[in-house]
Design a binder for this molecule. Sequence first.
Ligand code: PLP
Length: 228
Amino acid sequence: METLKANVDRVHQTIEEACYKSERDASEVQLVAVTKSTDIDHMRRLYDLGERHFAENRSDQLLERQEALADIADEIHWHFIGRLQSRKVKDIVNQVEYIHSLDRLSLAKEINKRARKPVKCFVQVNVSQEASKTGFPPELVEAFIQELAEFPHITVVGLMTMAPYDASEEDLRTYFQQMKHLQTQIAEVGYPHAPCQALSMGMSQDYAIAVEEGATMVRVGTTLFEGA
Ligand SMILES: *Cc1c(COP(=O)(O)O)cnc(C)c1O
């Protein structure tokens, strides 16, 4: 478990260095621990180390974990990442604070219908236009966000993307810069339902670059738990 502490420290330090390089304040960046591939013991230990943002990508596993961590679950900010099937929305929508994978209108309708209060959502952007990825192409994002104005239970807090696994550093920077540009453009409009101040981007492989380019939430799994 000391390895876990070393990994967590290293990730925070990498975020701080990336902020320093890009003249950002480290308090602008939230580490979201992606716990989908780890176990309850490691989640407790992460909590003891001070982490409060956890992300899962399967609804059944999310609920199991919240139950297993019932004594601390209220203090954790829960994130849903990854593809969300409409029929699962009712199970998790009132159990999470954030949904990072709003990628279609039918999902927005279901979230709006099942939520008891506004849910902080990220609109997923397929910035690299890979056929295998869901999300909107950049040019369609704002029109989609405009359509969401009719859903009182959806607040668009930001945009989310997953960069291609095999992208070069140069390509990654281009994708992340496009995301930052799009996010800023939408934020500047000032849609009441879409403040769009946040950028969810960066995973184990690329979070340092994502932070340098403006990420406010990094979703990190593998590198946190390596060897731990
Ligand atoms: C698994 C996952 C991550 C974390 O990826 P790692 O490479 O393990 O850091 C981030 N975002 C999404 C959507 C994921 O599914």
